[in-house]
Design a protein around this ligand. Structure first.
Ligand SMILES: Cc1cc2nc3c(=O)[nH]c(=O)nc-3n(C[C@H](O)[C@H](O)[C@H](O)COP(=O)(O)O)c2cc1C
Ligand code: SF4
Ligand code: SF4
Length: 284
């Protein structure tokens, strides 16, 4: 029986859902499948005897989130392991994230055989219960559709079949450079706007201390160590460290953390106009 390890980084569940979908495809082929986020997969024996490693990340500010990059760097080296990579994004901008993922995996001795960029509902919220991508087709509403899922399934079927039969063709990861959303204007924007500038247009995290129950979940969930507890039991957000990933808001059960989401919608929509080629695509 073949073994697959599926690792994901996910702030609001989209990437996790695709990771689980890829797992179900392999389970249908009777593979042994382990699905985990990077953080809970640290013990060494999780990484031995893996035939296929699938890694998925969301796109944040056109790039791979820095926290995911750090977690990738901490992966051990593999032996005789093939790879498949994917990014999920809100139909806006993606700077060849699958290619960058594949390069990082190659450095860990993994032979990447394909990759995908997958449109999902954009996870920036408008209010507690609604995401931009839930209301706007241009920002991923209704994705991933059946056809896209079928496409991903058929590529994974094909890859897993080849691994089972020891009949794997070589794959040039440079092909994954075609998974990006740059048109002419987006190329210029890409040079002009640094990641910090992109983050700068997104709203700060705000805190309603009257709702907070001091559970400290936000502190442990923040991958950038940007939240501390003050002596008087209040949350303090270090604005310099905060990357505005909004993972803390997603995970605060009392809605004590929030932001002015409407500020995020206009820049998101206008940046989206510059992007081209922002559909779900799979390459093998
Ligand atoms: C802070 C932040 C930045 C984002 N930046 C982009 C982006 O540059 N391009 C894009 O298409 N989608 C962007 N999105 C949307 C997410 O990439 C998309 O919704 C993704 O599927 C979220 O995955 P997750 O639910 O696993 O965290 C962003 C979302 C957040 C929260
Ligand atoms: S997760 Fe929410 S309720 Fe818990 S300490 Fe943080 S702000 Fe307070
Ligand atoms: S404090 Fe900033 S960096 Fe940390 S989880 Fe919240 S938004 Fe992300």
């Amino acid at each position: 029986m073949k073994n697959a390890l599926i690792l994901y980084y996910s702030c609001s569940g989209n990437t996790k859902a695709i990771a689980e979908y890829t797992g179900s495809v392999l389970k249908d082929r009777k593979w042994n499948v382990k699905i985990s986020n990077f953080d809970s997969c640290k013990t060494r024996n999780n990484f031995t005897d893996i035939d296929l490693l699938i890694v998925g990340v969301p796109v944040h500010y056109w790039e791979m989130p820095e926290a995911a990059l750090r977690m990738l760097r901490n992966l051990p080296s593999f032996q005789n392991t093939y790879g498949f990579v994917f990014s999920t994004f809100g139909k806006c901008v993606c700077n060849s994230v699958p290619f960058h993922l594949a390069k990082k995996l190659r450095a860990k001795n993994i032979n990447v055989l394909g990759g995908a960029q997958i449109v999902m509902p954009h996870s920036a919220h408008i209010d507690e219960n609604t995401r931009v991508g839930d209301i706007d087709i241009l920002l991923g509403k209704g994705e991933p559709n059946e056809e896209n899922l079928k496409n991903i399934k058929s590529v994974l079927f094909n890859i897993s079949e080849k691994i089972e039969n020891n009949n794997v063709n070589s794959f040039d990861i440079k092909k994954l450079k075609n998974l990006h959303t740059r048109g002419f204007t987006a190329n210029i924007m890409n040079v002009l706007m640094t990641t910090n500038m992109r983050r700068g247009v997104m709203p700060d995290i705000l805190y309603d201390k009257s709702k907070c129950n001091q559970c400290k979940k936000c502190i442990s969930i923040c991958d950038y160590q940007a939240i501390e507890f003050s002596d008087d039991n209040l949350i303090v957000i270090n604005k310099k460290r905060c990357k505005r990933c909004y993972k803390c808001i997603e995970n605060c059960n009392t809605n004590s953390l929030y932001t002015k989401w409407d500020q995020a919608i206009r820049p998101t929509r206008s940046i989206q106009k510059f992007a081209k080629n922002n559909e779900t695509r799979v390459i093998k």
